[in-house]
Write a protein that binds this ligand. Structure first.
Ligand SMILES: NC(=O)c1ccc[n+]([C@@H]2O[C@H](COP(=O)([O-])OP(=O)(O)OC[C@H]3O[C@@H](n4cnc5c(N)ncnc54)[C@H](OP(=O)(O)O)[C@@H]3O)[C@@H](O)[C@H]2O)c1
Length: 261
């Protein structure tokens, strides 16, 4: 028997990288899973990737979560196909890479990042609650993905780091208002995750990053999926408004070992 037998799950951004492993985890543990990519092309390649991983029965949709009309259409589809939703995983993110530093970046780019990571995450959560959780006796659970960069910034990523900080605050605010209604909201804050971006990384930089990790390795998608599944499951039934860091110990150190003295 799986932890998520009979449960219906939505994973935003479930079409590539970490999202694929999140989808796989819920499917492996018995759930009926819906996922989305932001475009028809990325959703199609996501469906193919899951097929290649042997993950079956997933409904892959196209939804730009920053567009309320597309979010509504996505929930219409879940209602039609499954008639309920039990778990929402807000994984989709605009990484805000290549915007330049804070002095030269186009403020419109800042809006783009916030429109996906913060506004998008909010409107998907609000719709999950109003369309499903509040109408179901067993209510529902929300897990956000933020980042350890919400606490410790990285260079050249002002919009992204700010958006992840906003997600942490939003998780606490949502949890406070929704916990009395029976809806739990929690968050996983990853550090380095091995994604396709690591495939093109200079091996010297990959080695330097690993040295930066007290555990000497980045997370796998499975590492992150394990934490998210815990937060989505009854195993965490007394937790609300928590930010659980999963970053190989990076956040507990002042300086990496090779510059410590
Ligand atoms: N990778 C890391 O090292 C790391 C570290 C800390 C935190 N995180 C967080 O962990 C989560 C997963 O990270 P990742 O690296 O696997 O992400 P990723 O490779 O950047 O993938 C982002 C996902 O979000 C989707 N997305 C982007 N904009 C969207 C929009 N407007 N509407 C719907 N979906 C949209 C993308 O879909 P498309 O394919 O359609 O673009 C893609 O599936 C993210 O929340 C990320 O911020 C990652």
């Amino acid at each position: 028997m799986g932890r998520f037998d009979g449960k219906v799950v939505l994973v935003t951004g479930g079409n590539r990288n970490t999202g694929l492993w999140l989808v796989k985890k819920f499917v492996d543990e018995g759930a009926r899973v819906f996922a989305c990519g932001s475009s028809e092309r990325s959703a199609k390649s996501g469906a193919e990737a899951l097929d290649g991983m042997g993950v079956k029965g997933v409904t892959m949709m196209t939804c730009d979560i920053s567009d309320l009309a597309q979010v509504t259409a996505m929930f219409d589809r879940i209602e039609k196909d499954a008639g309920r939703l039990d778990i929402l995983v807000n994984n989709a993110a605009n990484q805000g890479i290549g915007h330049g530093g804070p002095l030269e970046m186009d403020p419109a780019k800042f809006h783009e990042v916030f429109n996906v990571n913060v506004i998008g995450g909010f409107q998907v959560t609000q719709m999950a609650c109003n369309r499903f959780f509040m109408k179901q006796e067993s209510r529902g659970t929300v897990v956000f993905l933020s980042s350890n960069t919400a606490m410790r910034a990285i260079r050249g990523r002002t919009a992204y780091c700010s958006s992840k900080g906003a997600i942490n605050s939003m998780v606490r605010a949502l949890a406070l208002d929704l916990a009395p209604l029976g809806i739990r909201v929690n968050c996983c804050a990853p550090g380095y995750i091995n994604t396709e971006r690591w495939d093109v990384l200079d091996p010297k930089i990959a080695a330097r990053r690993r040295l930066n990790c007290p555990l000497r390795r980045e997370a796998t998608g499975t590492d992150i999926a394990n934490v998210v599944a815990f937060l989505a499951s009854e195993d965490s039934s007394n937790m609300a408004g928590e930010i659980v860091t999963c970053d190989a110990g990076c956040s507990c150190q002042h300086m990496p070992e090779d510059v410590d003295c």
